[in-house]
Write a protein of this length. Structure first.
Length: 404
């Protein structure tokens, strides 16, 4: 038995972390992992999460019963308002189906599974993904029988957005195609469309009757402002674009391991939403029966209590601002102090956890082999891995590999 099971390669990011852990070099730096670290390279439990946890454990009525199949209503309801806007016309009309999922990954999976079964496919089942995208997207869609197709997104020449390439793909794709876009803080590039570009994207998506699959893993984490980072999602809802949104609280609440997320599907009518909800419940039941309660309870407390919500906004700012400061500092070191060849403005123009530095595979490998700085071979660095203690070392190492 299992003779014909091929050995799969290890996940590249987790492999990188293991190599970093095994390295005994004192100045080693981990710029691979997509998790926030404080200035001392430690995981950060948000103060508001600590507070909410205390409230939770001291609640004499807390039990460990099953949640409803679609999740904790106080969580899904507040999470929908957070991502779609509390004044959302879709929420007001009761057209939104919200299901609690196993973080953002689970939301992507459930959304993909639902589309695979119920979307009116125009010929072959395909999803348009940005090139590049979060590596898991391909696997998630393939798992449910949807074939990924690339659309141009990142332009290596400008280390920015290939807006024309993206717009051409939208207009060239067969009408009714499914397009996945990152709502903010694109992973892995850190390159987002501007609000004006989003408006044009929405117009083009509507014109071709495409379906919008939003993945939002970094609301608030990108700019430090929750409302600013859901601008694109709100704009698409206002325009009546048929869509769903995958939402994660891993990064913005620092609840990575608790797996807190939601899938929100915006339907044309309340009646359609009721039918969609019934089928999502059937799918969820067969996969996980009921979502986990702990993290959802923590987030529900924070979202529904104005004092805690204000504190959370502060905590989000703390994380986003530290990252923005690291961007500025790295840019300053490369351009003003080291005079590293090339233009490094993309470091400050990109947004969120990640930055595409523009260095190539050999240079990325050399950073790891020679300087013990761990990053993916596509030149992506996690800004959260930078701090005031290691940033000069990273800048100097980058300078060295660029000079060759
Ligand atoms: N989508 C994107 C684009 C991501 O970067 C991530 C996190 N790496 C996720 C979804 C999902 O993460 P999680 O399942 O931890 O919420």
């Amino acid at each position: 038995i299992w003779q014909n099971v091929p050995l799969a390669p290890p996940d590249s990011i987790f492999k990188l972390t293991a190599a970093y852990k095994a390295d005994t070099f004192p100045q080693k730096v981990n710029l691979g992992v997509g998790a926030y670290r404080d200035n001392d390279n430690k995981p950060w439990v948000l103060p508001v999460v600590k507070k909410a946890t205390q409230i939770l454990v001291n609640d004499p009525n807390l039990d460990h019963e099953y949640l409803p199949i679609t999740g904790l209503p106080e969580f899904t309801g507040a999470a929908a308002k957070l991502i779609l806007g509390s004044d959302s016309p879709a929420l007001r009309d009761g057209r939104v189906v919200s299901v609690q999922t196993i973080s953002g990954t689970g939301a992507n999976h459930l959304g993909a599974l639902f589309l695979s079964k119920f979307y009116t496919w125009n010929g072959s089942k395909q999803v348009y993904l940005s090139n590049p995208t979060w590596a898991n997207h391909q696997a998630i869609f393939r798992n449910v029988g949807i074939e990924p197709v690339d659309y141009p997104y990142y332009d290596p020449k400008t280390i920015g957005l290939d807006f024309d390439g993206l717009m051409n793909s939208i207009s060239d794709a067969p009408s009714g195609s499914v397009f996945l876009l990152h709502a903010c803080a694109h992973n892995p590039t850190g390159v987002d469309p501007t609000q004006e570009q989003w408006q044009q994207i929405a117009k083009a998506i509507v014109a071709k009757n495409h379906y919008m699959f939003f993945d939002c893993a970094y609301q608030g984490f990108a700019s430090g402002d929750l409302d600013r980072d859901n601008w694109a999602v709100r704009h698409f809802v206002e325009r009546g674009v048929p869509m769903l949104v995958c939402q994660s609280f891993a990064k913005n609440a620092g609840l990575y391991g608790e797996r807190v997320g939601a899938l929100h599907l915006v339907s044309p009518t309340k009646e359609a939403a009721d039918r969609v909800r019934s089928q999502l419940s059937v799918l969820q039941r067969s996969e996980i029966s009921n979502p986990p309660s702990y993290g959802a309870r923590v987030v529900a407390l924070i979202l529904n209590n104005p004092t805690l919500f204000a504190e959370w906004n502060q905590d989000i700012k703390t994380m986003a601002e530290r990252i923005i400061t690291m961007r500025k500092e790295l840019h300053h070191l490369l351009t003003e102090e080291l005079h590293t060849p090339g233009n490094w403005d993309h470091i400050i123009n990109q947004i969120g956890m990640f930055s595409f530095t523009g260095i190539n595979t050999d240079q990325s490998k050399s950073m790891t082999e020679k300087a013990h700085i761990y990053l993916t071979t596509n030149g992506r660095i996690s800004m959260a891995g930078l701090n005031t203690h290691n940033i000069r070392y990273v800048a100097e190492s980058l300078d060295k590999v660029v000079r060759g």
